[in-house]
Design a protein around this ligand. Structure first.
Ligand code: PEP
Length: 323
């Protein structure tokens, strides 16, 4: 158990070490506290940073710098079409997206239409750099789950990604971290890359609980995950989704660095540096460049602006310029 009075201090080697109760115990939710690096046997990563005093949260920027000295050269811009478009509209939008896409460079681009439009959109984007993603899936392979769609079905439909734990799934369908975790494991076992959405609501941010909430969501979703290869995290502050409000670049970077620290605690520095952490929440052409310039922002999950091909393409271009 990590307590609020716990302190984090730097070791002589420049890494961080926890002091106080919990400093030598196991991580929360079964996550082991891994040795920080090979050079100093006494080092452990501070897993429960969210429980620290506010002044200590300033260290998060330093931790981000520790984990990520270079901006990732690869980014991902994914469009979440939500429950919009019928087959004809989805086909037309996919055609426009492909037509407006220039050289995407080191930016991976994905569109995530509703289930019923996956086949049609898949046809349009075939042989283009645009990849296909779904917006949700069930935990089981197959069976008596009327109305549900499985990971293997998504793979057979040509999906590369699946969005999991979106705040709208959490809010309207009661999806909690434990369910998201099972879905993440299921997606990975089928070779689908989960885009795991995390983010605090406004009241939680106002109460100073944003880091604590996001930490619980990240560690909860990743419980038992060992292979990081196709993993994507999307930090989506709920107060910024579909509202026109956007996190400032500094707010986004601070949380992304914090998530990177959590990933480092679980997977190690090298693997964590390679995991794409997207920002989502009213990202649009006007603010995309500032957001993707941040050291730990590796692209975006785009809702509203992804329904307009020119806007989506402009966001892709903003990301390409930063890679
Ligand atoms: C989303 O729903 O994932 C999202 C980021 O929406 P918007 O861009 O519209 O805020």
């Amino acid at each position: 158990m990590i307590v609020p009075t716990e302190r984090v201090t730097r070791n002589g080697c420049g890494s961080w070490r926890r002091l106080g109760r919990g400093a030598s115990g196991g991580g929360r939710q079964g996550l082991p506290l891994k040795p920080d690096h090979g050079g100093c046997a006494g080092c452990v990563r501070p897993v429960a940073l969210a429980t620290l005093h506010c002044r200590e949260l300033a260290t998060i920027h330093y931790l981000g710098a520790l984990h990520r000295t270079h901006k990732q050269v690869r980014m991902l811009i994914a469009g979440n079409w939500k429950m919009n478009t019928d087959v004809a509209a989805a086909t037309a939008l996919a055609q426009k997206v492909c037509a407006s896409m220039g050289d995407t460079g080191n930016v991976h681009v994905a569109v995530c239409p509703p289930f019923v439009n996956l086949a049609a959109v898949g046809q349009v984007i075939r042989d283009t750099p645009v990849r296909l993603g779904a917006q949700n899936m069930h935990t089981a392979d197959s069976g008596a789950y009327t109305g549900e769609v499985s990971a293997s079905m998504l793979v057979s439909a040509g999906c590369h990604y699946v969005i999991l734990g979106h705040s709208e799934r959490r809010q309207h369908f009661g999806e909690a971290d434990a369910l998201v975790n099972v879905k993440v494991l299921q997606a990975l076992s089928h070779g689908l890359a989960p885009i795991i959405c995390v983010g605090e609501v406004l009241d939680e941010r106002k109460a100073g609980r944003a880091y604590e909430v996001v930490e619980a969501q990240v560690t909860g979703a990743l419980h038992g995950v060992e292979d990081t290869a196709p993993l994507v995290i999307a930090y989506e502050p709920v107060w910024a989704i579909g509202t026109g409000e956007t996190a400032t670049p500094a707010q986004a970077q601070s949380m992304h660095a914090y998530i990177r620290a959590l990933l480092t605690a679980q997977f190690g520095k090298v693997a964590a540096a390679g995991i794409e952490i997207l920002y989502g929440g009213s990202m649009k052409p006007a603010n995309a460049a500032d957001l993707v310039s941040q050291a730990d922002v590796d692209g975006g999950l785009i809702g509203g602006a992804s329904l307009e091909a020119a806007s989506f393409a402009a966001i892709v271009e903003a990301a390409r310029e930063k890679t």
